[in-house]
Design a binder for this molecule. Structure first.
Ligand code: SF4
Length: 405
């Protein structure tokens, strides 16, 4: 069996497919960021759009067929895809719609940064078909934005929200970060309140992670990065949970909060084992198969390598990483991902999808009982889910429940 083997048809278990489009360009590199992105002027808008469209055409067949899932979302991430010319985004959206089966509503998201969205660019996104914009706000204090190397000011946040809403895009999402160098609990409370006042439909609140290969990584190793301690970071997480829930947001995934009916369709697909095709430099894909196994693969990370490989492969770049995942691996992953969500893991659905109850193994049942005793996990006859405290120990719980390690 090979990745492109049409005989190994794609699984329809979730009936949902997402397309992720990576746009690997930014105005400047933030010192904490290890994403595949580059500072490049001028941006090759059309060349990149043509490569992405060709890749969609070359790979769509891997995600089609009699029992193929239906396209539910297109997500432009990066990098800063809000900087991509809107006609190029429109070309990618039109190509995707043409290639995949989609009869229901389609969530089409573009990530961008305050300071990089204007009334004109937001109108262009709307005209291209975008119906959801995610703004990387990160903090509401100019000194903190400067400390993490962001290119925008607090004043630019409200202006960006105004521009997006003015263009008729009301599904507005915000990213906010905690655990930043120099950030106090008062700063964090103020950021949460300021964000709530802007009435977004969705919030992702996440802790700064210091990655080894970044500028912050080097500063940290040299003892020059002063960050809040672990207890404060945990308290910030709990504060976000309390403040945002009180403001009417549902805390539906470890880092994600939504107004009723505004959960992220695309990310939910990742957490529920759905199929996704990632196109563009570094983008990852998951193709689940009828036999319970699946392929995970990702594109070359460097832009030049991606473009060269895509050209040689007639739109189909040689994956930089490719992995055939056994059914047992996917079952472990299904449990791990499901436990990230407030819905947890529905036992009957898990058994239908993976062929066994999540606690069928005595080894895992014993590990689960220890997590229950620690107050991290709740086990009912119909589902497993993390408790509020358990959300803080999600990785620990998942690692204990992972079979075969
Ligand atoms: S804007 Fe986003 S993708 Fe670009 S460097 Fe900063 S964190 Fe990374």
């Amino acid at each position: 069996m090979t990745l492109a083997d049409p005989a190994s048809g794609i699984l329809d278990a979730t009936r949902a497919l997402g397309v992720y489009v990576h746009f690997p360009f930014c105005r400047a590199r933030c010192p904490y960021c290890d994403f595949a992105t580059a500072v490049c002027e001028p941006i090759p808008h059309d060349e990149y759009a043509a490569a992405v469209a060709a890749e969609l055409s070359a790979r769509a067949g891997w995600f089609r067929g009699e029992r193929a899932p239906e396209l539910r979302s297109i997500y432009f991430g990066g990098g800063t895809p809000g900087r991509w010319r809107s006609e190029a985004i429109g070309l990618v959206i039109d190509t995707t719609r043409r290639l995949f089966n989609s009869t229901g509503p389609l969530e089409i998201t573009v990530e961008t940064n305050p300071g990089e969205v204007t009334a004109e660019s937001a109108a262009g996104l709307r005209a291209a078909g975008v119906n959801r914009v995610s703004l990387g706000m990160q903090a509401f204090q100019d000194h903190l934005l400067a400390a993490i190397g962001r290119q925008h000011s607090v004043a630019a946040i409200a202006a960006a929200v105004h521009a997006v809403r003015g263009a008729g895009i009301d599904n507005l999402c915000a990213d906010l970060m905690f655990g930043l160098p120099g950030q106090t609990m008062d700063d964090w409370r103020h950021s949460l309140a300021a964000l709530v006042a802007l009435c977004p439909s969705h919030i992702t609140a996440y802790a700064l992670t210091v990655e080894r290969g970044t500028r912050f990584g080097a500063l940290d190793r040299a003892g020059k990065l002063q960050r809040p301690d672990e207890e404060t970071v945990a308290a910030m997480y709990v504060t976000a949970h309390e403040v945002l829930q009180a403001a009417g947001f549902e805390h539906y995934e470890i880092s994600s909060y939504a107004r009723p009916g505004r959960r992220a369709v695309h990310n939910t697909l990742y957490w529920t084992g759905g199929a996704y095709l990632g196109v563009g430099a570094s983008a990852s894909s998951f193709r689940p198969l009828h036999d319970g196994t699946g392929w995970r693969f990702s594109n070359p990370r460097a832009l030049k390598t991606y473009l060269r490989s895509a050209a040689v492969g007639k739109g189909n770049p040689l994956p930089a990483k490719i992995e055939h995942r056994a059914a047992e691996d996917l079952e472990n992953e299904g449990l791990w991902l499901g436990l990230r969500t407030s819905d947890g893991v529905e036992r009957a659905a898990h058994a239908r999808r993976y062929g066994r109850d999540p606690l069928a193994s005595p080894e895992r049942a014993a590990a689960a009982q220890k997590c229950v005793d620690a107050g991290w996990l709740s086990v009912a006859h119909d589902r497993l889910r993390l408790t509020d405290t358990g959300f803080l120990f999600a990785d620990e719980v998942s690692s204990r429940l992972w079979l075969g390690r």
